[in-house]
Design a protein around this ligand. Structure first.
Ligand SMILES: [Zn+2]
Length: 172
């Protein structure tokens, strides 16, 4: 949560999501060219009353669209199969879940937020299924390669359509 959002960031994310990003405490990843937020970091308890497990939320318009294309192509079943049948991927995926929870726990501790309603819940289907590629891609973008194996695979797959090192921010 080192990258505190500016007013301009909040405005940009509001445009991307079509709503005000309540509880956004940091930018998780930015476009490397223009600096537009690609991932938000949201506190575990929004406005002191709304439990929010999806700490890393994909907001970059081109990134969201790219993840949706992979989902629409029916990739989730194959990714879930990979997570459940390949021992290496399975253990990496479980580790991604633990890292997600550890990050959120540290955020909760610093902000004084309770996690009582989201204990053990991360995002995207972690740690046993692949349910939302947006959430998994968001973790990969925020935490870097080698953390979430499925998020990493999706980023590789969409590289022609979206990459944090190429500016797609005006392509809305
Ligand atoms: Zn950009």
């Amino acid at each position: 949560m080192a990258d505190t959002p500016t007013d301009a960031d909040i405005e940009a994310v509001t445009r991307q999501l079509g709503r005000y990003p309540r509880g956004m405490v940091a930018v998780g990843r930015r476009c490397e060219v223009c600096g537009t937020p690609l991932v938000t970091v949201t506190r575990p308890l929004v406005e002191g009353r709304i439990p929010f497990p999806t700490t890393f939320y994909l907001c970059g318009t081109a990134a969201v669209r790219a993840a949706s294309h992979v989902e629409a192509a029916g990739a989730m079943a194959a990714y879930t199969e990979m997570v459940q049948s390949d021992p290496t991927v399975r253990s990496a995926y479980h580790r991604a879940h633990r890292i997600y929870l550890a990050f959120r726990h540290e955020l909760a501790r610093r902000l004084g937020d309770t996690e009582e309603h989201i204990e053990g819940i991360s995002a995207g289907g972690l740690p046993v299924r692949v349910k939302c590629l947006h959430a998994l891609m968001a973790q990969s973008l925020a935490m870097g390669p080698g953390v979430n194996p499925i998020g990493d695979l999706v980023l590789e797959r969409v590289a022609d359509e979206f990459s944090p090192s190429v500016c797609h921010c005006d392509a809305a």
